[in-house]
Design a protein around this ligand. Structure first.
Ligand code: ADP
Length: 445
């Protein structure tokens, strides 16, 4: 198209800058045409100053075209354009009646162009200058009286009509490009979002399949290592036996990691199931599973009356299992204790999972929710660093939050808040402060 001839050749076609520069050039060409029409018209009606100003406008609009074509510098050209517009409009207004001038409203055209196309701090400077000019003219008018009116009253309505239509066209152009850009950005964003979702679900599927398929050969390795040990262990020397033990402990470690990754991939289903769950029974089941671990022989567990809810059993099981197990695992007390408290807090279910373990220094309270983030080596405490990220993901899926209150060697409290409108309660459990202290059900592990 004709306008494309003036667009700077360095700009990539269809790029955002190309479109913007095209629009500015269009406005500039419109300005040249208007000035070429208005110049002779002003001369004819005796408004000579106006005719000279139009000549100046044409010269500057041509300089602008050349400047844009050569530099493609939006800031430089924007400043030049705004400065010239400001000079031309001020001169026109002052020479044709000040506040009564039919060109007064043209000052309005500077701010939108400066804001939408310059996108820099200079745009605000031009807005300020425009407003200041308008205010100054109004003040000058009221102090020194009317400005010279060089346009015959007969022609004023035609000029006003022309000005309004030109300004309206400009305004429509600005709004249209703004809307187009907004639409384009939205389409781009939703495409990127779609892509991200797809690659995320691919990755999640990959994690599931890889860990699922790795599980059975690893199980075979571990059971054959056990078989080998039973059959030939007694006859083996200390050196090879030690190697074999290292292989077995590594294989076991890998098995835990795979199981945890599999657990994590369970949190990837996008929909939360809705089944009736008695949280009291669910926790007792978790405890009975933990009972099988001899390390937790002396552990004590206390749970307060919990509600029956409609939720996703796997997700809630994962949440409480990880927190309870951590409370017992990261615990050096003679009588490791975990307590699960519950109350309603406004619109939320509020659970507190509290232990008397080794505590978590404050600087790690956020970090430990990241995947594979651990504060201890495997020699000290077994683990993969996935448990808490599963907890957080599940709680966030319900629109809830987890906060930690803990310090080194002072035990840990996990505060979990889940909106009741997302995890609906079937019965109401009301705890007062008093029975929060006195009414726990003690459950031996
Ligand atoms: P894992 O227990 O498998 O290492 P988690 O994600 O469950 O992974 O926990 C991350 C880290 O946070 C743990 O390695 C541990 O250092 C710390 N942590 C978690 N829970 C507790 C707790 N109750 N008390 C002390 N430290 C904890």
């Amino acid at each position: 198209m004709f306008i494309d001839l003036f667009v700077p050749p360095v700009l990539e076609k269809h790029s955002k800058d190309y479109r913007t520069s095209r629009l500015i050039i269009m406005v500039d060409l419109m300005l040249i045409c208007s000035a070429a029409f208005l110049g002779p018209f002003f001369w004819w009606i005796g408004f000579e100053e106006g005719a000279y100003i139009m000549l100046y406008t044409i010269a500057n609009a041509l300089i602008f075209l050349a400047l844009m074509y050569k530099t493609a510098d939006f800031l430089l050209c924007g400043n030049f354009f705004s400065l010239q517009s400001w000079l031309v409009f001020s001169a026109l207004i002052i020479s044709s009646g000040g506040t009564d001038s039919p060109f007064f409203m043209w000052l309005l055209s500077i701010p939108p162009i400066a804001i939408f196309y310059m996108r820099s701090k200079y745009s605000f400077l031009w807005c300020f200058l425009t407003v200041a000019t308008a205010v100054l003219i109004v003040i000058a008018h009221s102090f020194f009286g009317a400005f010279p009116q060089n346009i015959d009253a007969v022609y004023r309505p035609y000029i006003v009509l022309f000005n309004y239509s030109a300004l309206l066209t400009l305004f429509v152009l600005v709004v249209k490009t703004f809307k187009d850009n907004y639409k384009r950005v939205n389409i781009k964003l939703s495409k990127a979002n779609e892509q991200l979702k797809r690659s995320n679900s691919d990755l999640e599927r990959f994690a599931f399949i890889a860990s699922h398929d790795l599980k059975s050969p690893l199980r075979n390795i571990i059971s054959f290592l056990g078989l080998f040990n039973r059959r030939y262990g007694a006859k083996m020397e200390a050196g090879p036996k030690e190697y074999l033990d290292i292989v077995k402990s590594n294989a076991m470690q890998m098995q835990t990691l795979i199981e945890d990754i599999l657990e994590y991939s369970k949190t990837n289903s996008t929909t939360l199931k809705e089944e009736e769950i008695d949280l009291n029974r669910m926790i007792k089941l978790i405890i009975s599973q933990l009972k099988t671990n001899p390390s937790y022989e002396k552990a004590e567990l206390m749970i307060w009356d919990l509600p029956v809810v409609v939720g996703d059993l796997t997700r809630l099981q994962q949440l409480f299992q990880n927190l309870i197990e951590n409370g017992l695992k990261y615990n050096e007390s003679d009588f490791p204790t975990v307590a699960i408290k519950y109350m309603e807090e406004g619109e939320n279910h509020y659970f507190i999972v509290e232990d008397n373990g080794i505590g978590i220094p404050e600087e790690y309270h956020e970090r430990i929710f990241k995947m594979f983030e651990r504060l201890h080596t495997r020699e000290h405490y077994q683990g993969t660093g996935i448990g808490l990220s599963i907890c957080l993901k599940n709680v966030e899926e319900y629109g809830g939050s987890i906060q930690i209150d803990s310090a080194d060697w002072r035990g840990t409290q996990f505060h979990i808040r889940i909106p009741q409108n997302r995890l609906k309660a079937v019965n109401k459990v009301v705890h007062t402060q008093k029975n929060l202290i006195e009414d726990p059900q003690e459950v031996g592990v």
